[in-house]
Design a binder for this molecule. Structure first.
Ligand code: SF4
Length: 461
C-alpha cells in the first residue's frame, strides 16, 4: 500500500547513497529570469553543457511590465534580467516563451495550461510556488539557485525524502467560499511552520470537488505552511483539463498516459506520517490581518488579541506594520487598492468569477483596482469571452500578463501605507512594495472590496 507521493518518488530514485540521500531524477525544469542567471553562469564557467535542454522551458514573468510590453522595459534592473534570460536561452538552446510570445506568462500558469505539467512527473523551478503543479498529481517543488545549476548539469538532485502528511477537507463549502479561503483557513489553523518537513497530499470531498484552477490555488500556497510541496491525486477533473492541451500526449500516448495516471492515487490504508482533518462547513471567506499568510481569519472575525502560533512579539510587530489594532474587525475597513492576479489566482476561472460578482457595479472612486492575467493565453481568452471589456467598463485596469504586484520587483507597486486586498500568496512586509500593507483574500472578496472600497463579507454582497 503506497501513497501518491511514494509512488512517484520511488519511480524517480536513481540511486540511494550513504547517509540516506537519494539521487532523484527530474522530468521537467521550468526557469525564469530571476533564479536562472547565476546557474547559467556557473555552467559557463565550468564548461558544462545542459544535460537535457529539451526538458527545460523558460519564460519571463517576475520582472516584466504589465503595460506596453511591446516597448523596451523601463526599469533598468528588470530590463537587464529579462535580456539575460534571452541571451542565456539563445546560447544554451533552451525553449523560451519570452515577452511577446503567445505562451509567455507566470511560470506556474503556463506549465499547466500548455499541458507541460502532468500527473506522475517530477518538476522543479527556482521558485517557491512550484508547488502549484502538484495539483495534477505531480511531485513539484521549488529549488535554490545552486540546485537550478545542479539540475541543468545532471537532470538530477541530491535529496532526502520528506515525510508525508495528508490534509483532508470534507463536506460542502458555503456559497462565497473558494479554494483560496480553504488554503488560507488551513494555514491560519496550523501556522506557517505547520507543514515543515512534510510533503502534503490534499484529500477529502471538498478538495475533490474543486476545479483544476481551485486545486492549483490550494497547492500553490502549500509552501506558506512550510511544506516542501502539495499534491492532489489525479482524477477525471485532471484528465478533462489536460486533454487536448498543446503539449499533452495525443492518440494512443494519451490513452497509455491516462491508464498510468489512474494507478497513481494513494492506496486504501496507506500510512502517512501525519494526518489533519478539517470540515468545509467551518470555513468562511478569509482575510489576512498580519504579515505572514498564517495571520488569517474569517472576514467576520476580529484580529486575535493573543496568538500561540505567532507569539506576542510577532503579533505586535505585525500590528505595527499593518497599522491595525489587536481585537479590531477588518470587515468594513477602508482599502485603496485591489490586485487580482499572481500564480495563485490569475487564471480564467478567477477572472470569470470576478466578472460574475461585479455584474454591473463599478469600482469605487477611492480604489485603484488592477486585474493581471497570469498568461498571454489567459489574457487572450479573457478578451475573447468579453471579460476584459466588462472589467474595464467596471473601472478595473486590465493589464498584460506577469507577476505584477505580487512582489515589488517590477513597476506595479502598492504605495507605502496603503491597504491592498490582494489575491496573491504573500503578505510579508514590503512584499508589494516598501511599506505596502497587504490583505490576502480570494478573487471574490477582492472584487467585492474593489466595488465597495472596503473589506466586505462576500456572502452578504
Ligand atoms: S506570481 Fe508571485 S508568487 Fe507567483 S511566481 Fe510570480 S512572484 Fe512568485
Amino acid at each position: 500500500m503506497n501513497t501518491l507521493f511514494d509512488k512517484i518518488w520511488d519511480a524517480h530514485v536513481v540511486d540511494t547513497i550513504a547517509g540516506g540521500q537519494q539521487i532523484f531524477y527530474i522530468d521537467r525544469h521550468l526557469i525564469h529570469e530571476v533564479t536562472s542567471p547565476q546557474a547559467f553562469d556557473g555552467l559557463r564557467k565550468r564548461g558544462i553543457p545542459l544535460a537535457h535542454k529539451e526538458r527545460i522551458v523558460a519564460t519571463a514573468d517576475h520582472n516584466v511590465p504589465t503595460i506596453n510590453q511591446d516597448q523596451p522595459i523601463g526599469e533598468p534592473l528588470s530590463r537587464k534580467q529579462v535580456m539575460m534570460l534571452t541571451t542565456n536561452c539563445d546560447e544554451f538552446g533552451v525553449e523560451l516563451y519570452g515577452l511577446g510570445h503567445p505562451y509567455q506568462g507566470i511560470v506556474h500558469v503556463i506549465g499547466p495550461e500548455l499541458g507541460i505539467t502532468r500527473p506522475g512527473i517530477t518538476m522543479v523551478c527556482g521558485d517557491s510556488h512550484t508547488s502549484t503543479h502538484g495539483a495534477f498529481g505531480a511531485i513539484a517543488f521549488g529549488i535554490g539557485t545552486s540546485q537550478v545549476e545542479q539540475v541543468m548539469a545532471t537532470q538530477c538532485l541530491l535529496l532526502k525524502k520528506p515525510k508525508k502528511m495528508r490534509i483532508s477537507v470534507d463536506g460542502d463549502l458555503q456559497a462565497g467560499v473558494t479554494a483560496k479561503d480553504v488554503i488560507l483557513y488551513i494555514i491560519s489553523q496550523i501556522g506557517t511552520g505547520g507543514g515543515t518537513g512534510y510533503f502534503v497530499e490534499y484529500a477529502g470531498s471538498a478538495i475533490r470537488g474543486l476545479s483544476m484552477e481551485g486545486r492549483m490555488t490550494v497547492c500553490n500556497m502549500s509552501i506558506e505552511m512550510g511544506a516542501r510541496g502539495g499534491m492532489i491525486a489525479p482524477d477525471q477533473t485532471t484528465f478533462d483539463y489536460l486533454e487536448g492541451r498543446e503539449f499533452s500526449p495525443k492518440g494512443q500516448a494519451w490513452d497509455d498516459a491516462v491508464a498510468y495516471w489512474k494507478s497513481l492515487p494513494t492506496d486504501e490504508g496507506a500510512i502517512f506520517d501525519k494526518e489533519l482533518n478539517f470540515r468545509a462547513e467551518d470555513i468562511q471567506p478569509m482575510v489576512t490581518y498580519g504579515t505572514n499568510p498564517g495571520m488569517g481569519m474569517g472576514v467576520t472575525e476580529r484580529i486575535p488579541v493573543e496568538s500561540k502560533i505567532h507569539g506576542a512579539a510577532g503579533l505586535d510587530k505585525a500590528m505595527k506594520y499593518m497599522g491595525l489594532q489587536k481585537g479590531q474587525p477588518l470587515e468594513g475597513m477602508d482599502i485603496s487598492h485591489v490586485f487580482i492576479g499572481s500564480c495563485t489566482n490569475s487564471r480564467i476561472e478567477d477572472l470569470r468569477e470576478v466578472v460574475r460578482l461585479v455584474g454591473d457595479k463599478k469600482v469605487a472612486d477611492s480604489v485603484t483596482a488592477i486585474v493581471v492575467p497570469g498568461s498571454q493565453q489567459v489574457a487572450k481568452q479573457a478578451i475573447t469571452e468579453g471579460l476584459a471589456e466588462k472589467l474595464e467598463a467596471a473601472g478595473f485596469e486590465f493589464r498584460q500578463a506577469g507577476c505584477s504586484a505580487c512582489l515589488g520587483m517590477n513597476e506595479d507597486k502598492i504605495p507605502a501605507g496603503k491597504y491592498c486586498v490582494s489575491t496573491s500568496n504573500r503578505n510579508f512586509e514590503g512584499r508589494q512594495g516598501p511599506g505596502a500593507r497587504t490583505i490576502l483574500a480570494s478573487p471574490l472578496t477582492a472584487a467585492a472590496a474593489a466595488v465597495s472600497g472596503k473589506v466586505v463579507d462576500v456572502r452578504k454582497f
